[in-house]
Design a protein around this ligand. Sequence first.
Ligand code: T1G
Length: 714
Amino acid sequence: MLKVQRGFQRYLGRFLSSSNSNMSVDYSVQGSVAVLEVNNPPVNALSHGVRLGLKTGVEQASRDRNVRSVVIIGKGQTFPAGADIREFGKPSKEPWLTEVGMAIEASPKPVVAAIHGTCLGGGLEIALFSHYRIAVPSARVGFPEVALGLLPGAGGTQRLSRLTGLPVAMDMISSGRHVPIKKAKEYGIIDEIVTGDLMKAALKFAQSIQGRPLKDRCLMFKVVPNADKLEEFTSAAMAQVKKKYKGYEAPVVCIQTVRASAELPYEEGMKLERDLFLQLQGSGQARAQQYAFFAERAVSRWVMPGGSYKTAKPLPVRSTAVIGAGTMGSGIAVCLLSAGLPVYLLEQNEKVCMILNFKPTLNYSDLKDVDLVIEAVFENLDLKRDVFSKLDKICKPSAILCTNTSTIDINRISTATSRPDKVVGTHFFAPAYHMRLLENIYGTQTSPDTVATVMKLGKTINKVPVLVKSCHGFLANRMNGPFNTESLFLVEEGASPQEIDQVNEDFGMPMGPFKVRDLSGIDISWRINREVAKALGTTITKETKFLGGNRYCGLNDDFFEKGRYGRKTGKGWYLYEKVGGKIPTVDSETEEIINSYRQRRGIIKRKITPQEIFERQFYSCINEGFRILEEGICNTPEEIDISWIYGFSYPKFRGGPMFYASQIGLKRVYDRICHYHETCPYSIHWVPSRLLKKLAENDVPFSQWANHISKSRM
Ligand code: T1G
């Protein structure tokens, strides 16, 4: 075909696409192959325009006598990464994705999906409606809908199992995991892995399959293999998701829907999928998980006095050091190493050094050329100031000095150096190599470029970095304070540790506060309380009832004094099968310790309802969240919610404390907080937040909180 004609065809195609401005698919004919190039950056989400463009393109190719096969390919970084999540909750516009898919499958000419990047959700469904799938080695495929509280709603649940069999389909759809292409080929999802230029390979492949019969390439006509083992596969998959995704609705519904692919005729299976998709789409969990998806992306758009993610420049970090090889220090070093960063690990105790195969060192002088240092020594102000003054003398002037303190005000550490602009908090959560939250804390003199450096480092080491302003306890621990303290007060007044843990776990927390205490060590919270008392210029005794003007519960101290430090001693609030054991059992001695404590304090035990337990823990931390927004410690509810989801494993299907509060209704939350302010007078954390009062009284919807938050700081 003449070059001119080809050029015109391409223009025609673009003209066609631009004539319907919202069709984000470029149509062109190259030889005998029609190419539908999805062009909707950044991830070619299957917006209405893309769906329209794909359907129109396939129909146009069917009519074009010169065309003998079709290629669908993504422009830019990826093949379509799914439906456009921003369109959820809005009236859906035709054609719906299934309709587009059916047009592709019904095409009289073979359609090849040419995959690169992340072919996910509706994108993979489009590929499964295509007659052939080729991909580059670095591509990944998956059905992450379950992470949004959904299931694949355009045939994925009925068609994947026809290709891979039930176990793989049930696993991929209920886990949402991204499958590397080599594995996807083994599963039978991909027909050919191609190298080099994908477009060239796709055109060559599309020519090679022209004229072949298509019926056996249409999944709708295929039966699900090994359907006779349906019960066995289903119960195994169901057991897995109920254990791994406790409290989440979508994984269970995913299994049930994939099961239908082996039980029901294709059309009925597709109808059931549609119905269950709409059911999940309307659920509170789906709203919360979709909110969390965008909140996780929103927290990277940080703002601080004097700078933001738009204006600040991160400094290069090519070499790092960690001070202190304790539990946190070694965990942090693992994070840096796993990201391919060279790590010096400075530890005073030579024996500890020998165990860990990092670049161990005893000498500060070895750190003179590193770009960034993270201090992770014991939580003591004097010790940390000493470390920072040493680092300040030895490290090169451009080096960033970070502290992993979990409570100490950054400004009290940075003044030990001559470079407070390069001092910042990088607070990891235990276990550091596992928990994804990185709370980055700026002091009054920390520069935006220093913040940009640690926000970027957070992404490099696969963490979710959240920026907060320095204050006592920062964001996460400050909110965790009332959340945890109330659990102790509730035991004082009559509830049992196991009752409180049950309420937390029923809500979706992976572990209740007393099991967490036994995991992190009762001795640790005993020592931190002594540090707090010292900072307040006082000491804690058996009679201490107030600390820093706030009610103080000495129960934890009683367990400490009995040598019950938790898992590490085989007993704490619970009894464990052995020292270091993980299986908690209720221990009668715990009840005895609690009863003698109540007697000593003259407390009459009372019946406490699960509702009161829930409200006192979760509403006290919500109230603290609003204070944090009021004071500008962080800027958005998203920063709070993402901190709790990735710092304390707050269930994503609840969206986070602030989003959850908006779902319950702020008026109700505010009224209950006022109630506890009256009934628990000695707890300053029940003083209602002014911002909460204003938002509740004016019934301000969640989407408009931001305006009120900035006004509340005036
Ligand atoms: N819809 C709308 N926007 C999206 C999007 C999507 N599917 N995916 C990403 N974005 C935006 C994101 O908010 C961000 O915007 C920008 O793109 C870059 O994303 C019928 C119903 C593809 C692995 O769940 O997992 O199909 O913040 O920062 O790190 O069965 O994005 O810059 O303004 O995450 O390179 C199923 C979700 C949908 C995939 C790329 N698909 N996306 O990661 O970039 S449901 C998904 C991702 C569905 C059908 C059902 C990741 C990514 P902004 P990013 P990235």
